[in-house]
Design a protein around this ligand. Sequence first.
Ligand code: ADP
Length: 385
Amino acid sequence: MSAGPRSQPCIPLRVGILGGGQLARMTAEAARALGLETVVLDPDTDAPAGQVTRLVIGPLEPHDALARFARQIDLATLENEFVHRGALEYLAEHGVMVRPSIHTFGVILDKLHQRAHMDAAGLSPTPYAPIESPGEVPAFAARHGWPVVLKTRSQGYDGRGVAIAHDAGEVDAAWQRLGSGVRPLMAEGFVSFTSELAVMVVRDAYGNVATYPVVETVQEEYVCRVVRAPAAVQPAIADQARHVAAQAITAIEGVGVFGVELFLGTDGRVTVNEIAPRPHNSGHYTIDACVASQFENHLRAVAGLPLGSTSMTAPAAVMVNLIGTRSGTMDHLHTGARQVGDAWVHLYGKRQLRPGRKMGHVTAVGATLDEAESRAQRAAGELGL
Ligand code: ADP
């Protein structure tokens, strides 16, 4: 038999995860309950997932470590986008099933391609264009108006790849903030939105799609702080959001779990901002407040198992990120999941506390969003990070 990729969906027992951060850690924890073995590849000996599953140390690119990783797994998935495409190609060439596929990954990796796919599917009417010099920005604004949103086409996260120019006088500063054109950039029209929503979508290899409830994400300085589930929006808006998100993942033939970030426009229209090809911060509440978590369903989808229910098990749930406010160690806190008051605390096992670093999250449920949020905030406050 040739060593090509296995074409038939099967039930692999060994799942490789590229990247060993908190998303891989929570995926590995869900895998144990499903009876799936996991192996993680990460350059950091201290990677959070390495505390709960086997860790191969090495870069997420073609390398000796990747060859060792490939020999230990049947199927590969990823926990972040900062993966060298060549690594996925190497795995596929060595008989490892890669999910989501290299095609899907390629579309998502470049925000310009992603935007083009969403545009073609009628899911994002926001104007966009590649930008090669600052001089092209006023020309874009002449066609579509100010402000203009400048973005790096890849490697952006937590708003690090975004700069907004409100007029021609702000273009140079925005350009410099994004690295002065060292990385390819694109421009987007500014979306006037009332809130930012997100929907986790799970799609299996047979095309079955399930969506989790629509959530509202509260961002500060582009970093997600709080997630409210379900979002307090009209049922028609929630239906629209779930529909748009499901269509977005079908359009890119995604297999696995995807985080779809959406804008609720001031015109009442829901449009796609961006897609993450993996479990997502806006879906962490599903561990404690849904029948099957995003991590479980990701594994189910990529491993060819039947999808689990995406329903909530409580009327409302709120997740609060535990983000460092100072430098120090985490020695005073035990790692892992535990309960504080009536909230679930998930710590990611990162030893060094730093300002702005995501150290864990807290989820609480309640009869209303207000009740769940005050429980979650109280617990987060008690931990004092
Ligand atoms: P990153 O991948 O770096 O986190 P995003 O594309 O998610 O970047 O953008 C970060 C934030 O910037 C969004 O959550 C939103 O608040 C704002 N933003 C992004 N694109 C637009 C846009 N076209 N119009 C208005 N705000 C935007």
